[in-house]
Design a protein around this ligand. Sequence first.
Ligand code: NAD
Length: 356
Amino acid sequence: MKKYKIAVLKGDGIGPEIVNEAVKVLDKTAEKFGFEVEYDEALLGGCAIDATGVPLPEETIAKCKAADSVLLGAVGGPKWDNQPGNNRPEAGLLGIRGALGLFANLRPAVIFEPLKSASPLKPEIIGDAMDIMVVRELTGGIYFGERGRLEENGIPAAYDTEKYSVPEIERIGRVAFDMAMKRNKKLTSVDKANVLESSRLWRETMIRLSKEYPEVELSHLYVDNCAMQLVRNPKQFDVIVTSNIFGDILSDEASMISGSIGMLSSASLSGEKSGLYEPIHGSAPDIAGQGIANPLATILSVAMMLRYSLDEPQAAQAIENAVAEALKTVRTPDIYTDGTRKVSTSEMGDTVASLI
Ligand code: NAD
């Protein structure tokens, strides 16, 4: 029987509550699809600061590197707000991404049919369904480029540098083309090639790479137009690939279209099989410990893990189907509407597990 080793970083706030439900669903999926899962828990964020003094202990890095994949809840909370910047819980998050070499961030923006009314867009714009995958470069560009302060003729100024090399563009491009091959074979590359030299190199490189993927239909959009098209006609998109800063902004915009932060999952990949899977929301300290957090983003992160790291696409689909089915009858308070039953975090996990 196939056996997968998963490093589990529950983190802070609602992290432990939602990860427990995701593990419950993964266990049921494993039983159904004939594989075994071994879990190895490790500390990250505020809980790691409390136990060891640092947000990312060496032991956590070692456990994540030894695992087939990493499942993360969320980190942070007011208790650690007075820590110095490099010792805050969020520094642990950046640290683990760096230590694992995670250069590609995948954020699906999906609207489940029963939650269509939660979207801020009109039903006729959304249509039957929306399913976009934003592939964002995560370790290059202006967030990591040279920066500084200077004085010009006595006037204070500051600068940041956007720089991409061809290999950096190629490796994120390959992730996106491979993703498009697994989906509808449509890829939109987003840049600002009318103004930025780094964007012109980005576009040339994507066009060259597209020769390796003749089945994928590649198109290009300027970032300002893409931001507009996402709210004007989101159905036109399948996979979007873009740089670190543009991806930061566009993935937030795309996820807002779905209307509920408790529903959205994400993956960060290194080009190797393994990856880090987590909900896009934070540790929600305002509702932690009350048993009312929505565990679906974390459960859907497990589905992404099965699809992109563990090569179990049928198991992934089973989880996504079970979530869609569960939403027809039960809701956690954040997505509750009349005609459905309001349930707790663990009841939501039980319902999804029972539908696998
Ligand atoms: P947040 O995402 O934690 O919460 C924003 C709002 O959404 C809150 O009202 C919260 O109750 C609600 N919410 C979030 N997830 C929910 C869920 N699963 N079910 C129901 N409601 C949910 O963002 P924030 O309040 O800005 O940040 C809180 C803490 O989380 C901060 O310390 C922040 O730094 C940290 N954070 C961590 C991550 C991460 O671990 N990846 C990401 C963002 C923020």
